[in-house]
Write a protein that binds this ligand. Structure first.
Ligand code: LLP
Length: 414
């Protein structure tokens, strides 16, 4: 089912024409479809229905409170990587007992906050972190539930910036050390070993690397059982890719079924941490053409969104489809779609065949994941508004930042 469709010669999100949103909130503006979020979540929840499971949405992909709230209402768990994400999940009504805490650099203060909230599990990424967590838990008079993020040394075949499962990456504990570290964790009085997890990378469009990683993990689970260390949940990580252009990622059900075949009839609870595949194709970035510059070599459409709003093209050379909100008849030209930021890397799309006029609205597609959550104030640009569409209604779920908010914590010299 598609939630972004042309209706009455205009692009709509569910039942709402994009022009209506632009009139109400101006541009640039992120727009999400609630029905699309729900549908993406159900694809995972349904595929895992035969097993004891928990889908832990990776908050970093899109941390807007309303997005988190939509998932919380569906019973989702959450994968967090900071104290800030913990606070967001709690504020959005997420159940602390469904939170897993990943990340290589958890501070003592973040550990304290997560222990106080009573989270499901800390996904520990180093030997030093085990020791710190044991101490923080002892000081708080608590027992911390832990899982080790094991680095299976599997090539995820994705963009090098978002591959995380190779030996040389900073993530997780080396596969060869895992057994010894589980032994150490089991011996620490304020830790309780409960799980195992891995994450090998993001935007994976093939199943085999996931299977290879899980098989290595399962071998370890068996070795741990022989050593008397019981693992009660297996967290298979996140990373399933989406279609931006012509990628053909497998359907969620195929991915889960392939992993299910490896798991056989193991009794452990299955956790997963998808981010992009839950939100990526549920949101767009709406922008307006400010100026057209037709040149000898290139044509530029200068729009009011920029690399600070959507960093992915500048950072990863990522391709996002760009659709006019109102399709025009007549001759098209090839355009560089660029923002107002003073960098040549400030492009949202290159060499796009479009028929444009100044003032036109454009939708940058597949912008729900790692769009707003990676945005910045570069060039003193207030961050965009965010809107959630639900049926024929829409709600502003984050107002556009004002200049005063942007400088609220700064001061002149005395
Ligand atoms: N779990 C952990 C521990 C992670 O590090 C990540 C993503 C996820 C889950 C979710 O992975 P996903 O299902 O979204 O692939 N900014 C980049 C993506 C960075 C991904 C980082 N880790 C981008 O825009 O492509």
């Amino acid at each position: 089912m598609t939630f972004f469709t042309q209706r009455d010669q205009q692009l709509c999100v569910e039942g709402v024409p994009l022009e209506r949103i632009a009139d109400a909130c101006a541009t640039p503006c992120y727009i999400y479809s609630r029905a699309a979020l729900e549908s993406a979540y159900r694809a995972y929840d349904d595929a895992l229905a035969q097993r004891d499971h928990l889908v832990c949405y990776a908050v970093k992909a899109n941390s807007n409170l309303a997005v988190l709230n939509v998932f919380a209402r569906l019973g989702s768990g959450f994968d967090i990587v900071s104290g800030g994400e913990l606070a967001r999940v709690l504020k959005a009504g997420g159940d602390p007992q469904k939170i897993v805490f990943s990340g290589v650099g958890k501070t003592a203060a973040e550990m304290q906050a997560a222990l106080a909230a009573g989270i499901l599990c800390f996904n520990v990424e180093s030997e030093s972190e085990l020791a710190r967590l044991n101490k923080v838990a002892a000081d708080a008079g608590k027992i911390a539930p832990v899982s080790l993020r094991v680095n299976p040394d599997v090539d995820a075949q994705t963009h090098p910036y978002i591959a995380t499962g190779l030996k040389e990456s900073k993530f997780g504990v080396p596969f060869e050390d895992a057994l010894r570290l589980y032994g150490a964790a089991a011996g620490m009085p304020n830790l309780r070993v409960c799980g195992i997890d891995c994450h090998i990378g993001s935007q994976l469009t093939e199943i085999p690397p996931f299977v290879a990683a899980l098989q290595k993990l399962l071998g370890l689970v068996d070795q741990l059982a022989s050593a008397g260390i019981k693992i009660s949940h297996i967290d298979i990580g996140g990373g399933l890719g989406i279609r931006y252009r012509d990628e053909t990622p497998p359907p969620v059900a195929d991915y889960i079924n392939a992993l299910g075949a490896c798991l056989g009839n193991r009794a452990q609870k299955i956790l997963c941490e998808p981010g992009r595949s839950l939100v990526g194709n549920t949101g767009i970035l709406l922008t307006r053409v400010e100026y057209l510059k037709h040149g000898e070599h290139r044509n530029f459409a200068v729009v009011d969104a920029a690399m600070n709003d959507l960093m992915r093209p500048a950072l990863y050379d990522a391709w996002h489809d760009i659709q006019p909100v109102h399709a025009r008849r007549g001759t098209s030209r090839r355009y560089e779609i660029v923002g107002p930021v003073c960098e040549s890397g400030d492009f949202l799309g290159r060499d796009r065949e479009l028929n444009l006029a100044e003032g036109d609205l454009l939708a940058i597609m597949s912008a729900g994941a790692y769009g707003m959550s990676m945005s910045s104030n570069y060039n003193t640009r207030p961050r965009a508004a965010e809107v959630m569409v639900a049926g024929n209604e829409f709600h502003i779920v984050r107002s556009r930042e004002t200049f005063d908010q942007l400088i609220a914590t700064e001061k002149n010299m005395p």
